[in-house]
Design a protein around this ligand. Structure first.
Ligand SMILES: C[S@@+](CC[C@H](N)C(=O)[O-])C[C@H]1O[C@@H](n2cnc3c(N)ncnc32)[C@H](O)[C@@H]1O
Length: 174
């Protein structure tokens, strides 16, 4: 897949890694995803935008990063930035959970619970960390939800409920 934006993207310390970026772009393409909800705009949003014809709604909890995201994606009418507190339940093909920044024993559990209301397929980034592992366990205790961990640099946990999906199994092989 030809990647248009990757060389211009600034990969912040807390963002998805450059090594994960092509995997995400490919994941969206393979699964014919058209509508995405994400928690935490940034490098991941650019990876999604490598695919044409998407609608992206991205929730940001931090006022400063909210303003930054509005500015960054102002030329993309298909990207809507919303405050985390303005969450709306709506159907999406896929949800990406990468915010709020880690805190407490179950970071991102609230974002994951929101994701479960919107789609039968979602990913939680940073899935190798203990807190995110705790969160994963909570989700898979819910009826029908299954998790698969992809061993990328930071860990990508794919959650689905009776949903088929496909991804590149070779990209992170050593
Ligand atoms: C882990 S970042 C990831 C955002 C996005 N998914 C990415 O790949 O870039 C998640 C949260 O950290 C906060 N944050 C901390 N440093 C940031 C930075 N340099 N740029 C953007 N957000 C940052 C924001 O509140 C953001 O929603």
């Amino acid at each position: 897949m030809q990647l248009k934006y990757i060389d211009d993207v600034v990969f912040a310390q807390a963002a998805i890694c450059k090594s994960e970026y092509p995997w995400y772009a490919d994941f969206i393409s393979r699964n014919q995803i058209k509508k995405i909800i994400e928690f935490g705009p940034g490098s991941s949003t650019w990876a999604f935008l490598e695919n044409p014809g998407l609608e992206i709604i991205s929730y940001e909890p931090h006022p400063k990063w909210y303003e930054t995201a509005l500015e960054t994606f102002k030329d993309f009418p298909n990207v809507t930035i919303r405050h985390f507190d303005e969450f709306i339940v709506e159907e999406a093909d896929f949800v990406h959970v990468d915010s709020p920044p880690a805190a407490g024993d179950f970071p991102r559990l609230e974002s994951c619970q929101r994701a479960m209301q919107c789609s039968t397929l979602f990913i939680m980034h940073d899935a190798k960390r203990q807190g995110e592992r705790n969160t994963s366990k909570c989700i898979t205790e819910e009826d029908g939800w299954v998790c698969e961990l992809v061993m990328s640099n930071r860990g990508i946990a794919i959650f689905n409920k009776n949903r088929e999906y496909d991804y590149n199994r070779d990209m992170f092989k050593r």
